[in-house]
Design a protein around this ligand. Structure first.
Ligand code: FEO
Length: 160
């Protein structure tokens, strides 16, 4: 594995941890405004992000590569509505997708087929995550944040 790929995979572990931190902060926001279904949804996303970090960590161990630790940034938490939160989540996932693509490009340039194969799962996962957040955002937008429909959505999410 090329050193650049090793570095980028370590950066990606950090990004996944940051994602978990961000979604946990979003979960807190929803808990504080008593939208427990949305809070539960975001908490589940945070857990998935930790699993993504773990997956990359395990892959680096498998390849006998260096694992480095970096500072995890604090997320901005000045959201003003559910729509605002979902906008941020979508923007964040787009950034993550771009980072995965960058990693894939470097692996490809260096003929690292094992890493390309490993990253295929992440490419697919990013599509799903962007879609999941986008659908939720569209539903919120369609209801124009009418409190009664948001409450109904919240109850639905709480059942999942
Ligand atoms: Fe692991 Fe949502 O990116």
């Amino acid at each position: 594995m090329d050193n650049r790929t090793n570095d980028l995979l370590n950066r990606q572990i950090n990004i996944e941890f940051y994602s978990a931190y961000l979604y946990l902060a979003m979960s807190t926001y929803f808990s504080e405004i008593n939208m427990d279904g949305f809070a539960k949804f975001m908490k589940k996303q945070a857990k998935e992000e930790l699993e993504h970090a773990q997956k990359i960590y395990d892959y680096l161990l498998l390849r006998d590569k260096k694992i480095t630790y970096q500072r995890i940034e604090a997320p901005d938490t000045d959201w003003i509505s559910a729509l605002d939160v979902l906008d941020d989540a979508i923007e964040h996932e787009k950034t993550v997708s771009a980072k995965i693509n960058e990693l894939y490009r470097v692996a490809k340039e260096t003929d690292d087929y094992a890493t390309m194969n490993f990253l295929d799962w992440f490419v697919e996962e990013q599509l799903e995550e962007e879609e999941k957040f986008r659908i939720l955002r569209e539903k919120i937008k369609a209801f124009d944040e009418c409190s009664c429909t948001l409450e109904a959505m919240d109850r639905e999410l709480n059942k999942e």
